[in-house]
Design a binder for this molecule. Structure first.
Ligand code: HEM
Length: 505
């Protein structure tokens, strides 16, 4: 950075301090803001709080400041709610007021400033995108059409793992193969396509770009430049990389998937409705002029992140918990043996007959929520929440992880005990019927993908436990379940090696 830039930054800092003090003097008296640490001009609470605003750190702040608190992170207001009542207020009672999304500087880049569905403000564009995506992705008809594909994908995983002698001795990083499976599960729906192997060059490119997108977006490293605009020049390099990744990625979606699909559909009879995959529906909407090509590309972008990663992380967490709780694993296996018969491979309709499997999934999603802070909400206009004033365009996080892991609402929440969902919490389900358990959110901006995620989780975990005894690698008593939290995500820090001993039927 040259001297002129430093001089400009200092000048801007001085001007911002003066403006911030004036504004806070003018405003301070009128607003009743939620409690929180005392902010200083320009930086707000950033110097006290730092960058790492993951679900656990925000839980610690909730313990200190209460069920609703405010962090002023430079220019951004961040309100965090941590009680079922306040979650209800944000997601349901005032669902319209708090139904928008904030985007920071990086998400602005990756979503084309909200040309997508997940990160767009609540309004006509969001409504249209959600409507257009519903038929091709979010109905039971889609589940019934694609469940055979998902069953086929996990069958291939099981066969390959059985054929790999290392799997039953030293162990393998099972997640690597499951990642391919998850891409195939979703790419079959989206483009009626699958990748043959983990070495498929297109798959490798796609996986690398998606991984990079997530890493760049979920990192806390760029917070300073997002919170404090005068520091933004220092972020130029980071944002440049984001732009490059975004452009390369969208080009890949366009050249290798959209154009290929268009070519294919233009050369085959269009009479048969069954042949339509999701993107055909989306392209129909484009042809009708309801959305443009950018929107189509951002729909593909959203599915790559919102669907594939979240479900994969949840599968990975589920496996880790089953390995670390062999008694739970055995009980699940016994349930499937008893209800389906030993060796009878679980299919989607079976998932509805297996209460313990359902409980294992619920318990995994409770302790190991892939999106522990939901996707950030936002109020477009000044609003009231819990008796406090929430200035317009505040980022509002619901700490869904804390709601689901707070001893005030759960019996020994730190224990992985699926039985709770058959006993004291038997009425609580992942669809958001109780505001203390919201792994998919609830209300207008809740996850529409729940309808696909739950059967995929059931079939995947079910088949693995039916066919293998899953163990830690030799010499290790338990898997390392350290977490890696992000802007609003949570995944396992280390992809574990797992021993998969085939069962003999
Ligand atoms: C275990 C897997 C999954 C989990 C835990 C999960 C969780 C979530 C959560 C917490 C939200 C935000 C809710 C809110 O902000 O109030 C969300 C939004 C969303 N999810 Fe999922 N999700 C999963 C799988 C999927 C799948 C498979 C798809 C698509 C096929 C999907 C598509 C979406 C979309 C499009 C949104 C944005 C909705 C909107 O803003 O209107 N998700 N998800």
């Amino acid at each position: 950075m040259d001297l002129i830039l430093i001089e400009k930054a200092l000048l801007a800092l001085f001007a911002a301090v003066v403006v911030a003090i004036t504004i806070s003097k003018l405003r301070g008296k009128k607003l009743r803001l939620p409690p929180g640490p005392f902010p200083v001009p320009v930086f707000g609470n950033w110097l006290q709080v730092g960058d790492d605003l993951n679900h656990r750190n925000l839980t610690d702040y909730a313990k200190k400041f209460g069920e609703i608190f405010l962090l002023k992170m430079g220019q951004r207001n961040l309100t965090v709610v941590s009680s079922p009542d306040l979650a209800k207020e944000v997601l349901h009672t005032q669902g319209v007021e708090f139904g928008s999304r904030t985007r920071n500087v990086v998400f602005d880049i990756f979503t084309g400033e909200g040309k997508d569905m997940v990160f767009t403000v609540y309004g006509d564009h969001w409504r249209k995108m959600r409507r257009i995506m519903t038929v091709p992705f979010f109905t039971n008809k889609v589940v019934q059409q694609y469940r055979f594909g998902w069953e086929d994908e996990i069958r291939r995983v099981v066969d390959e793992v059985k054929e790999n002698p290392k799997a039953s001795t030293d162990g393998i990083v099972l997640r690597k193969r499951l990642q391919l499976m998850m891409y195939n599960n979703l790419y079959r729906i989206m483009f009626d396509r699958r990748f043959e192997s983990e070495d498929d060059p297109l798959f490798l490119k796609l996986k690398a770009l998606n991984g990079e997108r997530s890493r760049l977006a979920q990192s806390f490293d760029y917070n300073y430049g997002d919170f404090i605009p005068i520091l933004r020049p220092f972020l130029r390099g980071y944002l440049k990389i984001c732009k490059e990744v975004k452009e390369t990625r969208l080009k890949l979606f366009k050249d290798h998937f959209l154009e290929e699909r268009k070519k294919l559909t233009s050369t085959r009879p269009t009479s048969s409705k069954d042949l339509k995959c999701a993107i055909d529906h989306i392209l129909d909407a484009e042809k009708k002029g309801e959305i443009n090509e950018d929107n189509v590309l951002y729909i593909v972008e959203n599915i790559n992140v919102a669907a594939i990663e979240t479900t994969l992380w949840s599968v990975e967490w589920g496996i880790a918990e089953l390995v670390n709780h062999p008694n739970v694993q055995k009980k699940l296996r016994d349930e499937m043996d008893a209800i389906l018969g030993p060796g009878v491979q679980i299919t989607e309709p079976d998932t509805h007959k297996l209460p313990y499997l359902h409980a294992v999934i619920n318990e995994t999603l409770r302790m190991r929520m892939a999106i522990p802070l939901l996707v950030p909400h936002m109020n477009l206009h000044d609003a009231k929440l819990g008796g406090f004033d929430i200035p317009a365009e505040s980022k509002v996080l619901v700490n869904a992880w804390f709601l689901a892991n707070n001893p005030k609402y759960w019996n020994k929440p730190e224990e992985f005990r699926p039985e709770r969902f058959l006993e004291e919490e038997a009425k609580v389900d992942a669809n958001g019927n109780d505001f203390k358990y919201l792994p998919f959110g609830v209300g207008r901006r809740s996850c529409p993908g729940i309808i696909l995620a739950l059967p995929i989780l059931g079939i995947t975990l079910g088949r693995l436990v039916q066919n293998f005894e899953l163990l830690p690698p030799p010499g290790q008593a338990k898997l390392d379940t350290s977490e890696k939290g992000g802007q609003f995500s949570m995944h396992i820090l280390k992809h574990s090696t797992i021993v998969a001993k085939p069962r003999v039927f």
